[in-house]
Write a protein that binds this ligand. Structure first.
Ligand SMILES: *Cc1c(COP(=O)(O)O)cnc(C)c1O
Length: 441
C-alpha cells in the first residue's frame, strides 16, 4: 500500500480553510473514495506526491501537459520570461507570437486571449449573441464548456461526476434560453432549429466530447451542425478547449473539418495552449471577432489576459509540439488502449473503449459504443472505483472519475507504459469482481 500520511494531513488542513479541501471539484476523490493526493512535483510522464510515492500520470493536469511535466525547454523559456517581469497590463510580444501560432494552425482568422476555458466559452457566446442579435443557444447534454451559468444545463465533467443535474445559484431565467439536445442526435437538432431557428444565436458543441467520457461525434455530425447553423443564421461554436492542439496540431478540426471542408464560425481553446499556465482563447471569423471591443460594441476584457508568462509557456509548448511529438502521443495512446483492452478482456469485463484521436476512456459494462450522455450515464461506473484504487496502489494516477478522458503525453515512454502494463491485470480483476451498489429504494 502507498503511504498517504502527508496528503492526509494537508487535506485535513485544506478542508478547514476551503470547501471540500479542493479548488476544483473534480480533484476531490468523491466518486472513487479516499483522500486526494497532493502532488509535490512532476517530471515527464511521472508525478511524485508529498509522501514520496511516484505515479505514471494519465491525467496530465486534465489535458494541458501535452509534453509531460517540467519540460526543460518550457521551464527555461518561462524562467527567462519571469526574469523580465510577470505582468505589464500592456500589449507584449509573446501574445502576438502565440496568437500568430494559433491562427497559423487552426481555422481561426483572429483570436482574443483569455485566462480560462470558461472565460473563452462565456465570451464566445456573448459575442455570438451580440453578432446575431439573438438570445437562444443550443448545447448538447453531457458536453461541458466550463462553469458558465447558461451552459451548466446537463453539463458533463464534475457536474456529472457529482450527480448534480444543474446547479443552485443559476437562476431559471439564465438557462431559459439554453436548449439542450442529445449528442449525435441529428433529429433533435433539426427539431430545435425547426422550433426556434430564427431565435438561435449559436450552437456550441465539444468538437469531440471528452467530458462525459470520450464520445466522438459520428462521421459527418460536426459538418451537419455547421450546415444547419449556416442555414438558419446561427453561429457554430466548436469548443476545442480539451481537443485543441492535443489530438492534432490544430485540434479535432484537423481530423474532421479540415478533411470534410467545414470550419466553425467561432472556436475556443484552453488547456494545452497554456502549457500548464492559465491561458485560453476564443477566435474565429474575422467579421465576427471584429464585433469585439475596442473595434466593435461587444465588451470583453481581462487584467491578466495574454499574460507574458502564460503566453510564453503556451508558445514554447506549441512550438515543441511538432509532427514527431504528435506521432509519439498517438503511438503511446494506441499502445495503452491495447494494454487496457487486453487486461479487461482477460478479466472478463464488458466495456466500450472509445477514443477521439489520442484521448480515450472506458465505459464500464457498455455492450455497444456510447454515443450520448444517456449511454454514458448508463455505464457501470461503480466498477471504476476498485479499478482506480488498484491502479493507484500500483503507481498509476488516473482521473478520479469514470466520466473523464485519460490523457497521455509525448513523454509517455516504454518505462511509463511498462508500469501501466504491470498495474492493469490486477485492476481489471478488481473491476470484474466489483459489486453493484444497492439500488436506491
Ligand atoms: C476544461 C474545459 C472547459 C473549461 O476550461 P477551464 O479552463 O477549466 O475553465 C471548457 N470546455 C471544455 C471542452 C473543457 O474540456
Amino acid at each position: 500500500m502507498t503511504l498517504t500520511a502527508a496528503s492526509q494531513e494537508l487535506f485535513d488542513r485544506a478542508r478547514a480553510v476551503s470547501p471540500g479541501g479542493v479548488n476544483s471539484p473534480v480533484r476531490a476523490f468523491r466518486a472513487v473514495g479516499g483522500t486526494p493526493l497532493f502532488m509535490r512535483s512532476g517530471s515527464g510522464a511521472w508525478l511524485t506526491d508529498v509522501d514520496g510515492n511516484r505515479y505514471v500520470d494519465l491525467v496530465g493536469s486534465w489535458g494541458p501537459m501535452l509534453l509531460g511535466h517540467a519540460h526543460p525547454e518550457v521551464l527555461a523559456a518561462v524562467a527567462e520570461a519571469v526574469a523580465r517581469g510577470t505582468s505589464f497590463g500592456t500589449p507584449s510580444e509573446p501574445e502576438v507570437l502565440l496568437a500568430e501560432e494559433i491562427v497559423a494552425r487552426t481555422s481561426a482568422e483572429q483570436v482574443r486571449l483569455v485566462s480560462s476555458g470558461t472565460e473563452a466559452t462565456m465570451s464566445a457566446i456573448r459575442l455570438a449573441r451580440g453578432f446575431t442579435g439573438r438570445d437562444k443557444i443550443v448545447k448538447f447534454a453531457g458536453c461541458y464548456h466550463g462553469h458558465v451559468d447558461a451552459l451548466l444545463a446537463e453539463a458533463g465533467s464534475g457536474v456529472v461526476t457529482l450527480g448534480i443535474p444543474g446547479t443552485p445559484g443559476v437562476p431559471a431565467h439564465v438557462t431559459a434560453d439554453t436548449i439542450v439536445v442529445p449528442f449525435n442526435d441529428r433529429a433533435a437538432v433539426e427539431a430545435a432549429f425547426a422550433a426556434y431557428g430564427d431565435q438561435i444565436a449559436c450552437l456550441i458543441t465539444e468538437a469531440a466530447a471528452g467530458n462525459m467520457g470520450v464520445v466522438p461525434p459520428e462521421p459527418g455530425f460536426n459538418g451537419f451542425l455547421a450546415d444547419i447553423c449556416k442555414r438558419d443564421g446561427a453561429l457554430f461554436i466548436s469548443d476545442e478547449v480539451m481537443t485543441g492542439f492535443r489530438v492534432t496540431r490544430s485540434g479535432y478540426w484537423g481530423l474532421d473539418g479540415q478533411q470534410e471542408g467545414w470550419s466553425p464560425d467561432l472556436v475556443t481553446f484552453g488547456k494545452v495552449m497554456g502549457g500548464g499556465f492559465p491561458a485560453a482563447a476564443f477566435g474565429g471569423r474575422r467579421d465576427v471577432m471584429e464585433q469585439l471591443a475596442p473595434v466593435g460594441p461587444v465588451y470583453q476584457a481581462g487584467t491578466l489576459s495574454g499574460n507574458p508568462i502564460a503566453t510564453t509557456a503556451g508558445l514554447t509548448t506549441l512550438r515543441l509540439a511538432d509532427t514527431d511529438a504528435y506521432a509519439r502521443l498517438d503511438a503511446a495512446s494506441l499502445q495503452l488502449r491495447g494494454l487496457v483492452a487486453d487486461a479487461l478482456d482477460s478479466a472478463g469485463v464488458t466495456y466500450s473503449l472509445q477514443n477521439a484521436g489520442n484521448m480515450f476512456s472506458v465505459f464500464w459494462g457498455a455492450e455497444q459504443p456510447v454515443v450520448d450522455f444517456a449511454g454514458a450515464q448508463a455505464q457501470e461506473s461503480w466498477r471504476y472505483r476498485p479499478f482506480f484504487h488498484a491502479m493507484l496502489d500500483a503507481g498509476v494516477y488516473l482521473p478520479p472519475s469514470a466520466f473523464e478522458s485519460w490523457f497521455v503525453s509525448a513523454a509517455h515512454d516504454e518505462e511509463a507504459l511498462t508500469r501501466i502494463a504491470a498495474a492493469l491485470p490486477g485492476a481489471a480483476r478488481a473491476a470484474a469482481a466489483a459489486q453493484a451498489p444497492p439500488a436506491p429504494a
